[in-house]
Design a binder for this molecule. Structure first.
Ligand code: HMG
Ligand code: MG
Length: 321
């Protein structure tokens, strides 16, 4: 059993994927102006992030908050992009992936000149149905032409799997179901598989068992973890997964977010929280904590709320003292 295997040494360096502008904002009831989203992303770029999820090309009826993703991508105002130097002014070397559920979304993403997309499946049938209105098998059928077109256009594809340790409708999810889906997404051409604990119910032992099952079919360096912090377990889960050789983690500035189709799900683990832990462990990541914390204060002020991230709260309190 994976859970009983010895832990490895912690990695020297990890890669953070900032998902706040997408996962963090998709659930906001009130519209967030395009200019605010653009400033959020630009600030995250300045903080040193190399991957910032910028939006979703999904049905605006399902997720109204992401309906302006094309405008957001067009607005990102940093220096010339690599592939689209003449066409966009995005910072070279930084990717701004967007979620794409089907060919229609891919076409819109292509129009917006994205360099990377993410397809998203779920390990439980009920969640797949609620989130993307189809079965798991049907979702893979929809992704196939998307990944094929992406390859044709030189666009990188990341693969998400939701509900990897628990489903809001079905409860426990079998690690074998996650591994099976991960293998299929990898075979389809996804360069990385991001394992989502959508409702934040996982604990370190469960997450490690699940990751070890996936690692039987996906190389560890191609596995990312995407933990929501609903039950306050995300940092512990990340640490346990790093001990298993996982070096990519999704985080959201200020701990923003929640999934519209997972009631009660709270935000992703806060970027500030993860950076603080990594800094304490001496693990490199390339992102500036102070600039992220400032960005967290910017976006939470714009949303009219306090950050969920404990580190963000602590740094703000120190500032006020
Ligand atoms: P559907 O209703 O079955 O789609 O929705 P359809 O193909 O039957 O089309 C119905 C209508 O939607 C049509 O419009 C289409 O044009 C339109 P109408 O003729 O009625 O006016 N449509 C689209 N519009 C824009 N962009 C598109 C698109 N596709 C169809 N791409 C669909 C199926 C997948 C579209 C829908 O269920 C959907 O958009 N779902 C998205 C849900 C979502 O974004 N969830 C949040 C992201 S996932 C997440 O947060 C988890 C993650 O963070 C990891 C984790 O934490 O677990 C990634
Ligand atoms: Mg998520």
């Amino acid at each position: 059993e994976g859970g009983e295997e010895a832990a490895m040494a912690l990695p020297k360096r990890v890669r953070l994927v900032e998902v706040g502008p997408r996962d963090g904002l998709q659930n906001e009831a009130k519209p967030v102006p395009v200019e605010v989203k653009v400033e959020l992303i630009d600030r995250l770029t300045d903080a040193g992030h190399l991957a910032i999820e910028a939006g979703s090309f999904v049905s605006p009826k399902w997720v109204p908050q992401m309906a302006d993703s094309a405008a957001v991508l067009a607005g990102i105002r940093r220096a010339p992009g690599v592939r689209y130097a003449a066409l966009t002014r995005r910072k070279p070397g930084v990717s701004y992936p967007v979620l794409v559920p089907n060919k229609q979304g891919f076409n819109a993403a292509l129009e917006a000149k994205v360099e990377e997309i993410a397809v998203f499946a779920a390990a439980s049938e009920s969640f797949s149905r609620r989130n993307i209105n189809c079965s798991i098998a049907e979702s893979l059928e929809r992704f196939a032409p998307v990944t094929e077109a992406a390859r044709h256009h030189g666009i990188r594809v990341r693969g998400y799997i939701s509900t990897v340790v628990g489903c809001p409708y079905e409860g426990e999810v079998a690690p074998a179901a996650v591994a099976d889906l991960a293998a299929k997404l990898l075979a389809m051409g996804c360069y990385e598989i991001s394992l989502g604990d959508t409702i934040g119910v996982g604990t370190p032992g469960k997450c490690v068992t699940m990751v070890e099952e996936v690692a039987k079919v996906v190389p560890r360096e191609r596995i990312a973890v995407h933990f929501h912090d609903t039950y306050g377990q995300a940092l512990a889960n990340i640490l346990a997964c790093m001990e298993r050789g996982i070096t990519v983690m999704d985080t959201a500035v200020a701990g923003l977010g929640g999934c519209p189709y997972a009631k009660g799900a709270s935000g992703n683990v806060g970027t500030e929280d993860v950076i603080y832990m990594l800094n304490g462990l001496g693990i490199e990541h390339g992102v500036d904590l102070e600039l992220v914390a400032q960005t967290g204060r910017f976006i939470t002020a714009a949303l009219g709320r306090q950050p969920a991230s404990k580190v963000a709260q602590a740094l703000a309190a120190k500032l006020a003292a």
